[in-house]
Design a binder for this molecule. Structure first.
Ligand code: MG
Length: 255
């Protein structure tokens, strides 16, 4: 892996930079080394618990330099997709990061809406599920911010994938997170970069497929969801160019 050929580095957050509470070993040093070498560092996440602003603050608190403009969340992407389709009100299930991105884009969150948005919601319940089910059963759309199956913390896991999966039997669930085409379109408008000079790093095959389809080189880290077995069994478009056991390995290769 020749790091000097890259100008831009796009890092996933959950499972790549941190396991929510704890920063992955070597991540902080590696990011600082990249900044010192005047590389562009960006972050992408399909975790909608926080907004871009919220993630910038959280990264700073962990000693990682980041601005709102360097971060893209699927909450932001979903807001852009809705606004593009002139859907200006939705019923939303999710937390602060999702509602912030939607309302900042001018999308009203109300029970009086046909279409719905689903983000990670740690207080999801039968009532909220029924409101989502009813809408898609009636032919309206459900925009799902993430194809992530598990929200992992150091000592717990939330099976968020099961929610979207169970709703998909009732109607149209449209993925707005990685690796969907809708996501990639918003991503390309948000960042300016040369694909040939860019490395996309993540811990899920959905990350790798996204990076590959954006025309970038891709690196899988084995600190989250991806295992060597998953790489061996992956579809051709989700095979990474590089697999790294840790981000520390990247740092040592920076000239
Ligand atoms: Mg991840």
């Amino acid at each position: 892996m020749k790091l000097e050929e890259f100008r831009n580095f796009f890092f996933d957050l959950d499972g790549t930079i941190w396991r929510w509470d704890e920063t992955v070993d070597g991540a902080q040093d590696m990011l600082k080394t990249l900044r010192d070498a005047e590389k562009n560092v960006y972050f992408h996440t399909d975790n909608t618990l926080l907004s871009r602003k919220g993630y910038a603050r959280r990264l700073e608190k962990k000693g990682i330099q980041a601005t709102e403009e360097e971060i893209i969340t699927s909450g932001y992407v979903t807001a852009e997709i809705l606004s593009d389709r002139e859907i200006l009100k939705v019923y939303a299930v999710g937390e602060q990061g999702l509602t912030e991105e939607l309302t900042e884009t001018g999308i009203k969150i109300t029970e009086d809406a046909d279409h719905a948005v689903l983000g990670l919601d740690r207080k999801i319940n039968y009532q909220k599920m029924e409101k989502l089910r009813k809408r898609i059963s009636e032919g309206h759309k459900l925009f799902n911010c993430s194809s992530e199956n598990l929200f992992r913390r150091e000592n717990s896991k939330l099976h968020q994938g099961a929610i979207a999966e169970s709703l998909s039997q009732f109607g149209d669930v449209k993925l707005t997170g990685k690796p969907s085409e809708a996501y990639r379109k918003v991503f390309k408008n948000y960042f300016s970069y040369f694909p040939g000079k860019s490395l996309f790093v993540g811990d899920r095959l959905a990350d790798i497929e996204t990076g590959n389809r954006l025309g970038m080189k891709t690196a899988a880290v084995l600190t989250g969801d991806i295992t060597e077995k998953k790489i061996n069994q992956a579809d051709e478009d989700a095979v990474p160019d590089y697999a790294l056991t840790s981000l520390d390995k990247v740092r040592r290769r920076i000239p």
